[in-house]
Design a protein around this ligand. Structure first.
Ligand SMILES: O=P(O)(O)O[C@H]1O[C@H](CO)[C@@H](O)[C@H]1O
Ligand SMILES: O=c1cc[nH]c(=O)[nH]1
Length: 242
């Protein structure tokens, strides 16, 4: 049944869905799908469904931040989604992560408000173990140097951690910061669907300004790679019966 924000029917959605924050990224992905059909435009939460390497896939826009992501994830679950893979952008934190890198999340620090309304903070925000393995394999096939680790998922794009807290994060190997994976993992756990997330890095928040202009070219290349990895992950997951 059509939902409040995703105004299409269950038959218009594939069970394997790529999630992107930016609607322009959804359009970019749709160009790689055969016979892509735009099934939602409402609120610019673009959703496309089409074929890729013989499998039916969808790509859906979450918008920015946890509240919007939770709405989209809930409604996708109501419409029959089983596997949700976020392909997003993130800022680097660890000294070995910089613009142009790819990072796969092995867990997320829950610095959002929305996920607390689902499960207590003591509940870990982690991807599905099987889907994480497939995501890592697909990532390494495209970019052998792809990194993995814990990321921060924060509500406040313009509020950086103070120096001491950021040093602690760096010392502890935290890789990157973004805004949706923690909520995705928690809502996915709550709804009983498989989730995972990977990111193209658009700068280093511990070294440079956020999203430096000079890094746009490196980011674009990484974003294209992340999309290819995302599609390959969903295909592999579908073929493996996930
Ligand atoms: O590029 P997307 O997927 O939107 O992800 C990142 O970019 C946005 C901030 O610019 C936030 O949504 C953040 O998580
Ligand atoms: O949340 C985000 C996303 C991309 N880059 C950042 O620096 N932060």
């Amino acid at each position: 049944m059509a939902q409040f924000h995703l105004k299409f029917e269950a038959e218009d959605l594939a069970p394997h869905v790529m999630l992107v924050g930016n609607p322009q990224r959804a359009e970019q992905v749709s160009k790689l799908l055969q016979g892509a059909r735009l099934v939602n435009e409402y609120r610019y939460l673009l959703v496309f469904t089409g074929m890729y390497e013989g499998e039916r896939l969808s790509v859906a826009t979450t918008g920015m931040g946890a509240p919007s992501t939770a709405i989209v994830v809930e409604e996708l679950c109501n419409l029959g989604a089983r596997v949700l893979l976020r392909v997003g952008s993130a800022g680097g934190i660890a000294s070995d992560v910089d613009a142009g890198d790819l990072v796969v999340a092995t867990g997320s620090i829950r610095d959002d408000g929305t996920s607390l309304q689902y499960l207590p903070l003591s509940f870990p925000a982690v991807p599905d173990a099987d889907l994480l393995r497939v995501t890592m394999e697909a990532a390494r096939d495209v970019v052998p140097t792809a990194k993995h680790g814990v990321v921060i998922s924060s509500d406040a794009f313009y509020r950086n951690y103070d120096k001491d807290k950021m040093s602690l994060m760096m010392q502890s190997g935290v890789k990157a910061i973004e805004m949706e994976s923690g909520c995705l993992f928690i809502v996915g756990q709550f709804r009983g669907v498989r989730t995972s997330a990977l990111f193209a890095v658009d700068g280093s928040v511990t070294k440079d300004a956020i999203k430096p202009r000079s890094a746009e070219g490196l980011f674009k290349t990484a974003e294209e790679q992340s999309i290819r990895i995302g599609l390959s992950t969903l295909i592999r997951a579908s073929k493996a019966g996930l």
